[in-house]
Design a binder for this molecule. Structure first.
Ligand code: GAP
Length: 439
């Protein structure tokens, strides 16, 4: 993967829009930013939340055999010893002896040339750098206080396997799903929020009878591809790529990546892995607890195999943002985020034509009604055309304008983001009209 050229017009446009419209800000901005960390602003927090909610809806809400979990971020070394992360979760690190910059050796375009100072043959021998953030839990900084910020949400699901099995009365095939923050001390974070040290994941561990693992692996590959497509991602910009044998993680007997065509080329959005019984077996051995399933139909105990669809929420949000970003020229020049309505930060904006007028009463009343159901914006500043453009830029599918005729005919104008067509709808029909379009 190459880093995105910062002069790339699409990259520049997305970063500028993100900052200008409150989608993503560099973290600690007033202090000059902090090491590739980002804050999600008023619009970004809604977009990110909608991505996570759409995932949760399809992976948990709509499936009776999947349950949710919210495990802790801090965890003891035993978890990471058993999972293999203490030994294996490393990237090869090289230093440039000329300029002192550090790089991931496996991501260098030319392994002999420093991308920063261009010196040739200036790299040190690669050493394995563990990506986990280590910290201390408790007031005494001794060896017993060592804790790690989780580098993936997955292990929380494995170590709670027995808790969930015993309390939820599920039996394989069943899944445990989780959305939450993960932390990796990436050597080269970059490409905006694509690779950061603090990010959010959406992962599900699907526990299946060993003989059915391959079937479920194929099933989840298809399901996950469909999720991106159903949310409007451009079909020829998303693909499923099976890993070559030399790419497979230490735990995996088969992995496919869902990839998106980012401005720098195809890159990963999600990995779907057939993890076998690796995780449950490891944690059973290290903890001394039974992590298997007693099958009353066959009177046998067996360790379920695991199929894991593991996606990045922040990275997926960025992909949807890039995919939706459109600059239109011609009669109307505008920037539009053509987001699927499920992902749009605001579903509707209520716009009284003139502020500080008798329009405020009905506009506020309409906002109160719609806001019971939908995330709504309310904007009464500047000319109406400018307000439409502002809503286009953040992807709001519908704008409802309350004008002076409203006082007479009890109707409003609804303008659609994509077609820019306008329709007069009576005030008491606005909510059902929206329900129909946004369902
Ligand atoms: N439990 C398996 C696992 O964590 P992974 O491929 O390392 O697998 C899953 O991570 C997803 O998490 C990736 O496909 C990516 O979307 C996201 N991800 C991983 N590292 C990331 C980072 N540094 N910044 C943003 N997203 C990241």
């Amino acid at each position: 993967m190459t880093r995105m050229n910062e002069a790339d017009p699409l990259f520049e446009a997305i970063v500028n829009l993100s900052k200008r419209r409150g989608i993503v800000f560099p973290s600690a901005d007033i202090y000059g930013g902090f090491r590739s960390t980002y804050d999600y602003g008023p619009i970004g927090v809604l977009l990110l939340r909608n991505v996570k909610d759409a995932w949760w809806e399809s992976m948990v809400q709509k499936r009776h055999e999947v349950v949710g979990l919210d495990a802790s971020i801090l965890s003891p070394p035993q978890v990471w010893e058993a999972s293999g992360h203490l030994a294996n979760f490393t990237d090869p690190l090289v230093d440039c002896k000329e300029c002192g910059n550090r790089f991931r050796e496996d991501k260098l375009e030319d392994p002999n040339a420093c991308p920063n100072c261009k010196a040739k043959g200036s790299f040190t021998e690669a050493r394995q750098f563990n990506l986990m953030f280590e910290t201390q839990a408790g007031p005494v900084a001794d060896a017993g206080a060592v804790a790690y910020l989780r580098p993936e949400t997955a292990q929380g699901m494995f170590i709670n396997f027995a808790n969930v099995l015993n309390t939820s009365r599920k039996k394989p095939p069943f899944g445990i799903a989780q959305v939450g923050k993960s932390f990796r001390n990436e050597i080269t974070p970059g490409n905006f929020v694509f690779r950061t040290r603090e990010f959010e994941q959406m992962e599900m561990e699907y526990f299946v009878p060993p003989d059915d693992a391959e079937k479920w692996y194929e099933y989840w590959c298809q399901e996950r591809m469909d999720w991106y497509l159903n949310l409007g991602m451009t079909a020829d910009k998303v693909r499923l790529r099976p890993h070559d044998d030399d790419e497979l993680s230490h735990y995996s007997s088969g992995t496919s990546d869902v990839e998106y065509m980012f401005p720098w080329g195809w890159d990963e959005l999600e990995g779907i892995a057939n993890r076998g019984d690796f995780d449950l077996t490891q944690h059973a051995e290290h903890s001394g607890q039974k992590l298997d399933y007693f099958d009353p139909t066959t009177d046998t105990r067996w360790t379920p195999h695991v199929i894991e669809p593991a996606a990045g929420a922040t990275r997926t949000m960025m992909a949807f943002l890039i995919d939706a970003y459109t600059e239109e020229t011609g009669e109307t020049e505008r920037t539009v985020l053509r987001l699927h309505h499920k992902l749009a930060p605001y579903k509707v904006a209520v716009l009284p034509l003139s502020k500080k007028s008798e329009l405020e009463g009905p506009a506020q009343k309409l906002f109160d009604e719609l806001a019971q159901v939908y995330m709504c914006d309310y904007d009464q500043t500047q000319a109406i055309g400018k307000r439409y453009r502002r809503q286009d830029e953040i992807g709001t599918p519908y704008c409802v304008t309350v004008d002076f005729d409203t006082l007479e005919d009890q109707a409003v104008t609804i303008r659609s983001r994509d077609s820019m067509e306008q329709e007069r709808v009576s005030l008491d029909k606005v909510l059902p009209w929206l329900n129909d379009k946004l369902s």
